[in-house]
Design a protein. Sequence first.
Length: 528
Amino acid sequence: MRVIHLVICAAQFMLASGYILLTALNENDIGFISEAANYIAARGLECSVLIPLTAKDLMDPNDKVTVITFKNEVDLSEFSEEDYSAPVPQTEVEMLLKSCENLVKEKSVVELLLKNPPTTAIFPSFLQDACVLPLVAYLNSRLTKTTNEKKITTFVWSSNYLSDSWVYYHLTSSIIPENEMESGTYSRFKSFVNWWLFVREIHGNYVDPATRIVESNLENFDSYLGYAPPSLSELYENRVNLTLVSTHPMFTPPTPLALGISPLTVNIGCFHCRPATALPKELEEHVNKYKSGAVVIELDFKFKIPEVVKKAVIELSKNLPFSVFWQRASRNPSEEIKDSGLPENLFVGKNLPLQDLLGHPRSRIFVSRCSMDSVLIATYHGVPIICLPGTHFDESVASFVEKHGIGVILPRKTITGMLLFKAISEVTNDVSFRGIARHLAETLRDQPETPGDRLIFAIENLERHRDHRHYSQVKKQNFISTHYWDVCIALTLVAVLFFSVLGCGICFLFQSFSHHSETLNTSSKKII
């Protein structure tokens, strides 16, 4: 399941009079959106989701969640996993721009939101903020002028180190390298340049086109937001009031948001983690059928299952004396691999109760892409992990899994059943993996309140107190003030002045001493 970072926009009126709206522009974010909607609804808050029509059957909402759809013409079958090797592939950018256009062109959805506005709207930020933030600003402006509703405020939800740096950049206008773990002047300079080039590329390929799409498709956009609409940084500055960080310091490098840039940073990593409950009868019977235990696999690649992965999982299951559960986030998971012949011990399903499986006493190991979401769930239940990273972000999280000693990394493109078998044997036979995983599980659970409680409190706190303007000066520092360049320059000038005066004084004393010595020598010669 992909970890994303989200932006929460909450209208300043009582939750009892409205609902919470979760929005995703493409199918890749549906799993997390579904979990978040179900969690919020389970806490007694009315919740709806706004997603592409093609992703409706990927949702697993409970009875309290209402699903609203917009038409989406993006065909995911045209893309493959190889398109996603870069941190932000152009393929994904093009898909999101198309989804953004489909959303803002859906007049019925816009009118529905104006007629029955949500109290809270939750949507992915990075690579979706330039579409949804102007849309929210437009809705807010129309609501303010027509119904005199109060302004919408915004929370930022960050989920990985790249998102941290992206949000920090727009909140402070500071160019910060995405990875603060680099040591050495050359490495930090290289990271700085790469991050600056990355920001320029994203603005040119995504931010500017998305903004133009919203402006050209929303009715009377100029009359509500002006003929010089606010930039993305201005929208962040004027709308963002709280940062929700859904990562954990154990699995991310130090970044500005992780370190905390203001009192308005709330960590809600693993908010959806929960203790295991009883498995459905069919799954319980499959677990108990094999005495060696259970292996849980979640290789939820974005599109078609890579053939090498499919063959590796089936080969592994044939040779493994475990019950194997493979959760595949596709419409027809069994249909994709039925021609390969499923071993008896392999159970393939959509929307399997992942946490109940990982929390089962017979669960032995977790095979995953190692997205942040899946790693946090496995760590919460104390299960060792085998990582087959699928994206740039997965590789970053997987490196921390290996560093902490709770799992190993295998190459996805050349994976085989025998490699998986050897890795599972290594991890299950070495008790240190399980021991460290259980220790980290205790660390993750040992908190005065659950991350989910902090999430709900953050939403309700905004409704009670309406605004957080008293914190605005904390985040509106410019680049020079944020990094104390003015102080450094002042100290440098003082140091230069001090050493200049000191040098002049030394020179004066030296010249005086030399002159005095010459005078003495001259007097001595005259006496002689």
